[in-house]
Design a protein around this ligand. Structure first.
Ligand code: FNR
Length: 323
């Protein structure tokens, strides 16, 4: 289970994420007036206490029997937001109830429009307030065997694959079930709430997604778990932000391990960040309290960085505070 969670960190992509964040030192600005400062923000019509969202992660019950519901409770207690994975190990309605506030739902394409629509309708009926469509993982490097009592409870059984001997597992197997741009346009028409696209590194792809009606973009390389030699996600963030020119919020994901990392991504123009593995470490160590503790630690770190760099609000975190 540790291997499953940690996978991707020690790859060129994972190490690149770390190195790119570390390459941006923060510039202290003493004597600034920051009393009354805060980390609040408005995001897709909701006021959040801080910009540290929980990234969608599969199978939380691998780490703790209370699973996704524990993370949902911690999210609400810490006035944040959580993106619940398509591959959650508890019913998405149960997770929604645990949060006592509308969460966001991460959607993976389910191999066909009909199957995808069924999952989407269920998430919308359960009150999820944003849909995050992850597009960067149509091919998996490896699939780990799951223990008997942990499984993706919200998805239908996988479609049977019938490959001819001369067919490719990748092109005719995985990719035959992957979505394309036309599917994104189809999805846009069916999602009545904000729709974000997650897993974009190329500025042209980000522009195309927004042209098709996406309300937000998550710059991410999946924490180094998909293409092991992808560029550091942070290195692509400025290009995407410039290309979009403020049309929609851009969120950053991949390698955020501290409040200083969050500050760095915000300084380069991200509106909020998604945190992945660190909150699962908290879940594994101490359930809901562990997750709440991790969120609080990251938030305290972010507040300290802001105070030391002379930023009273997130809007003050500009590129000139970060080398
Ligand atoms: C993921 N990620 C992921 N993303 C997604 O959209 N749906 C998913 O089901 C999962 N599952 C998943 C499992 C595990 C164990 C990990 C570590 C990651 C990717 C995740 O949302 C996020 O992009 C990365 O975790 C961000 O990197 P850090 O913060 O973990 O470095």
């Amino acid at each position: 289970m540790w291997h499953y969670l940690d996978g991707g960190r020690d790859t060129p992509t994972g190490r690149g994420n770390r190195a790119a964040l570390d390459a941006h030192p923060l510039l202290p600005r003493p004597l600034a007036e920051v009393r009354g400062g805060h980390t609040r923000l408005e995001l897709f019509g909701e006021t959040l206490g801080h910009p540290l969202l929980l990234a969608p992660i599969a199978y939380h019950r691998l780490q703790h029997p209370d699973g996704e519901s524990a993370c949902a409770m911690a999210t609400a207690a810490q006035d944040g937001q959580m993106v619940v994975s398509t591959l959650a190990s508890q019913p998405l309605e149960q997770i929604a109830r645990a949060a006592e506030k509308p969460l966001w739902f991460q959607l993976y394409w389910q191999g066909s429009r009909e199957r995808t629509a069924r999952l989407l309708e269920r998430a919308l009926a359960a009150g999820y307030r944003c849909i995050v469509f992850t597009v960067d993982a149509p091919v998996k490097l490896a699939t780990s065997p799951l223990p008997a009592d942990v499984r993706p409870v919200n998805t239908e059984p996988p479609l049977p694959r019938r490959l001819q001997p001369d067919q490719s597992e990748v092109f005719d197997g995985w990719m035959a079930e992957a979505p394309g741009w036309h599917d994104l346009a189809w999805l846009r028409e069916r999602v009545p709430v904000p729709l974000l696209i997650k897993g974009v590194l190329h500025a042209g792809d980000a522009v195309r997604a927004v042209d098709l009606g996406c309300d937000g973009v998550v710059v991410s390389n999946h924490g180094g778990r998909v293409l092991e030699v992808a560029p550091a996600a942070l290195s692509r963030l400025p290009d995407v932000i410039t290309a979009l020119g403020g049309r929609v919020p851009v969120l950053y994901d991949s390698g955020i391990d501290s409040g200083a990392d969050a500050f760095r991504a915000l300084a380069l123009g991200a509106r909020a960040v998604l945190v992945g593995r660190p909150y699962l470490w908290g879940l594994a160590a101490a359930g809901a309290l562990g997750v709440a503790h991790v969120i609080r630690l990251l938030r305290d770190e972010l507040e300290m960085c802001m105070a030391l760099c002379g930023c009273a609000t997130l809007a003050d975190i500009s590129a000139d505070r970060c080398g």
